[in-house]
Ligand binder design. Structure first.
Ligand code: GYE
Length: 323
């Protein structure tokens, strides 16, 4: 090609541009990644600890966090996700309040090229390429642990063992799965019967209210309470005491989460056992954000490891509890 004034100018311009480009790319990379996180709500001690873990991990790892609280309403979470799409965040994280009804909004995120990370609760969608990874607990296994503890505890009792169940939020993964895992274990012996089962929406207030109704209907017929989280169990403990009965003695109480409030109730002799479910997902979430930005592949499922704590070990374990 003959060099004339016009293509000389173009050549000069692109040379200048490319000498500027590395700097531009670097400057872009150094920008803090923006994470839009749509939280479920503030329904429980677990959720408070989870929010705190996410906020403090974002700060510690230099992630620019946009946070919203959906007050346990799916429509609010969908609105928040849409606003993160409009703001063109780098990554969207959320803990879906219920399992179904996410396909449309997740397709919108995908179309906008924004990767989605699920934390704590999963979704049921037709196309699992709509999210990058799901990090959190195995709720079915938590239900099984609760069931196994009860089977062992009642092994010398001929029955019947009448159980009332306080379910979590209707349609949520932990409510569906904790019920499933528990039933899978107790059905091995027909002496175990779930005589009442209703949602307490994972809150203390509703847990108390529903337990009052159970006590009114069944009274001394109730041998066991299985609560899908500690907060509902703590609310129910109040109802049991107000009805003139002794929690953990007249009624065996099993719950899930392992929050400090549950350890306090166990140390006071009012709760028999809690199955651990860790809310400390913040650091894992931030490292997923960093990996996504760096183009690293992530496993589809990142599982949380957890245990079970009966009241006998509560005092020794209490100082080690982080939430
Ligand atoms: O068990 C409950 C909270 O999704 C695992 O949500 C979480 C549950 C947790 O409200 O306390």
């Amino acid at each position: 090609m003959k060099l004339n004034r016009r293509n000389l100018n173009i050549a000069l311009a692109s040379a200048t541009l490319s000498s500027m480009l590395p700097g531009l790319v670097l400057a872009q990379d150094k920008k803090a990644p923006v994470l839009g996180f749509a939280q479920v709500g503030a329904e429980s001690e677990w959720r408070t600890a989870n929010t705190e873990s996410i906020k403090s991990a974002a700060k510690a790892s230099g992630v620019d966090l946009k946070f919203s609280d959906a007050q346990q309403k799916q429509e609010n979470q969908i609105k928040a996700i849409r606003s993160y799409i409009a703001q063109k965040v780098d990554v969207i994280g959320f803990s879906p309040v219920v399992e179904t009804g996410w396909d449309t909004v997740l397709m919108e995120a995908k179309a906008a090229g924004i990767p989605v990370v699920l934390t704590d609760r999963s979704v049921s969608v037709k196309d699992d390429s709509l999210y990058v990874t799901f990090m959190g607990s195995d709720f079915v296994e938590e239900g099984r642990k609760a069931g196994r503890w009860l089977v062992e505890k009642e092994k010398d009792n001929k029955g019947p063992v009448n159980i009332v169940e306080l379910q979590g939020t209707v349609g949520s993964a932990p409510a569906i799965d904790r019920k499933k895992g528990f039933e899978e274990i107790i059905k091995s012996d027909p002496k175990f019967k779930i005589i009442r089962s209703q949602t307490g929406d994972f809150t203390r207030a509703k847990g108390k209210e529903v337990m009052e109704a159970f006590l009114k209907a069944e009274g001394k017929n109730i041998n066991v309470l299985y609560a899908h989280n500690d907060d509902m169990a703590i609310g129910a403990i109040q109802a049991i005491e107000e009805a003139g009965m002794k929690p953990a003695q007249d009624i065996i109480i099993i719950s899930v989460d392992g929050v400090k409030g549950a350890f306090e109730a166990m140390m006071a002799g009012k709760l028999n056992v809690t199955v651990e479910c860790s809310p400390l997902l913040g650091p894992q979430l931030m490292s997923a954000v960093a990996d996504i930005k760096a183009g690293k592949p992530l496993p589809k499922r990142i599982l949380t490891k957890e245990g079970i704590f009966p009241m006998e070990v509560a005092k020794a374990e209490f100082p080690n509890r982080k939430y």
